[in-house]
Design a protein around this ligand. Structure first.
Ligand SMILES: CC(=O)SCCNC(=O)CCNC(=O)[C@H](O)C(C)(C)COP(=O)(O)OP(=O)(O)OC[C@H]1O[C@@H](n2cnc3c(N)ncnc32)[C@H](O)[C@@H]1OP(=O)(O)O
Length: 183
């Protein structure tokens, strides 16, 4: 069977939602947890659009909360496929909040969700490849690939069975800790 490839544009998703008082925390700002829930929804929609099957969230590689979001602001989230592997996809999401009276807009959040495509029996299935049409799409793909490789090597290095703390003592000692080894 010939491999299918799809353009990034074919699966972009944008949602806008007005932030209500019921979404706020004790400080009067919008709850990070509420934003995370919206991010998960849009990542799911974008991944399902690209793969054309049900998808699950495998991991969230970064969620940077850059600026607080206020009650009454209009939040817009834009999601696109940044990377595809065999059965997984990385969905990049940019969040902006707009003051609807002044029109001033701020970049509040950037996130990267790893999603895996599933068939109706729950098996991981191959997703279409990605057609990269410009430098930004190549940059996002390369960035995801690098992040994925760094994560893999980091996980191997810090595996609890192989970890040698002597190798890292010089790093940890300069931090806000006291080391009182008992064994
Ligand atoms: C819509 C929702 O929110 S669903 C609710 C939250 N999510 C869930 O419940 C998911 C629970 N977890 C799972 O089902 C599984 O652990 C999975 C699907 C994430 C991974 O399943 P596995 O059988 O371990 O997958 P397997 O090792 O075959 O890897 C499948 C793909 O997932 C990728 N993958 C596996 N774990 C991760 C991870 N933690 N982060 C990123 N990618 C991952 C692999 O790299 C592989 O990608 P590739 O095919 O593109 O090379």
């Amino acid at each position: 069977m010939r491999k299918r490839f799809k353009k990034v544009q074919e699966s972009t998703v944008t949602i806008s939602e007005l932030m209500l008082p019921s979404h706020s925390n004790f400080n009067g700002k919008i709850h990070g947890g509420y934003i995370l829930s919206l991010l998960d929804q849009i990542a799911f929609a974008c991944a399902s659009k690209h793969s054309e099957v049900y998808c699950v969230t495998a991991s969230v590689d970064t969620v940077d909360f850059l600026k607080p979001i206020e009650i009454g602001e209009l939040v817009t989230m834009k999601a696109s496929v940044n990377y595809v592997g065999r059965t997984s996809m990385v969905i990049g999401i940019r969040v902006e909040a707009e003051n609807i009276q002044t029109g001033a807009s701020k970049h509040c959040n950037s996130s990267y969700f790893s999603m895996v495509a599933k068939d109706s029996s729950g098996n991981s299935v191959e997703v279409p490849g990605l057609i990269l049409k410009n430098h930004n799409e190549i940059r996002r793909f390369a960035k995801s690939l690098e992040r994925r490789n760094r994560k893999r090597s980091g996980i191997a290095e810090f595996k609890s069975t192989d970890f040698a703390s002597e190798k890292y003592l010089h790093l940890v000692e300069g931090q806000h800790v006291k080391i009182e080894l008992e064994d």
